[in-house]
Ligand binder design. Structure first.
Ligand SMILES: [Mg+2]
Length: 283
């Protein structure tokens, strides 16, 4: 397969609430832009809080989705046939080359439970919930909920206690070497990694393989867990949420920020079309 990408663009996208509609999980409004990326051979890199088991069935959305990042930056999966590798730190697993940036699930659960005990707070994670409960809370069907429970590096959980206690709980977890971040619906506990570090790692892998190309990164996201990824990109697209709001995002130095009008995948389509039109207009 040809991997030629004359533009040097690399697109990193969140899924829920960004490329996928918050309520229906549909990506239909983003179809025109997705087709354009496919025609132009521009890599679309999925960066989600979702698990590998949840992301794999979605990969037919674009022929260039050969790279995905799971569980909020915990691990990068590069399909082996695209020939991109991180020699020192990666290892082969099934049809992928995998780079782990986070911690194993059991270690995350242990730190989470210990922190909850020490702070005397009530939390409820996916590991405590049945598939039916996860389905009810997320709106995923039973198969989707089962896939969401196949966690490898992070725990999604609800903080069922006084919100005033959340800061000290987060601090306790951090002292144990873990991170707590807010997603669209849940809090997530994971190792010391984030979507921004994952973006930089993928960019390094591309730069190593194609040192002559001047890569331009675009990141699209809607929630606090996307903040580091947006901050690491050349162009940050802040996607409008289902309630009409945008997350607080101050532009980084020398960074272009786009806030499309459309909600979720409609705004995704708007922003990518705008960037592609500007990039290829003069060419
Ligand atoms: Mg999101």
């Amino acid at each position: 397969m040809s991997m030629l990408n004359h533009s040097g663009l690399l697109i990193f996208t969140d899924l829920d609430g960004t490329l996928l509609d918050y309520h229906t999980y549909s990506k239909e409004p983003a179809k025109p832009a997705l087709n354009m990326l496919e025609d132009l051979n521009i890599p679309l890199i999925i960066v989600s809080s979702k698990t590998r088991a949840e992301i794999e069935p979605l990969l037919d959305m674009n022929c260039m989705t050969s790279i995905f990042i799971v569980e909020n930056g915990s691990a990068i999966f590069l399909r082996q046939d695209i020939g991109l590798r991180a020699e020192q730190t990666g290892s082969d697993l099934d049809k992928y080359h995998r780079v782990v940036l986070g911690e194993q699930y059991n270690n995350v659960l242990e730190a989470l439970q210990l922190s909850a005990y020490e702070c005397n707070v009530r939390i409820r994670g996916f590991s405590d919930m049945s598939i039916a409960t996860v389905s009810k809370i997320t709106g995923l069907d039973m198969e989707g909920a089962a896939r969401a429970k196949q966690r490898e590096f992070s725990e999604a959980f609800l903080f069922e206690d006084d919100p005033a206690k959340l800061a000290s709980f987060t601090h306790t977890l951090e002292k144990k070497g873990f991170t707590c971040i807010e997603g669209g619906r849940f809090l997530h506990a994971l190792g010391r990694c984030d979507k921004g570090q994952a973006l930089e790692r993928v960019l390094n892998i591309y730069s190593h393989k194609h040192p002559q190309t001047s890569w331009q990164t675009i990141a699209l996201g809607d929630s606090a867990n996307d903040h580091a990824m947006l901050a690491a990109a050349n162009i940050a697209v802040v996607i409008r949420r289902h309630d009409g709001t945008y997350m607080d995002y101050p532009a980084q130095h020398n960074q272009r920020v786009i806030k499309p009008h459309g909600i979720g995948p409609a705004g995704w389509n708007e922003a990518i079309m705008q960037i592609l039109n500007q990039t290829f207009k003069s060419g």
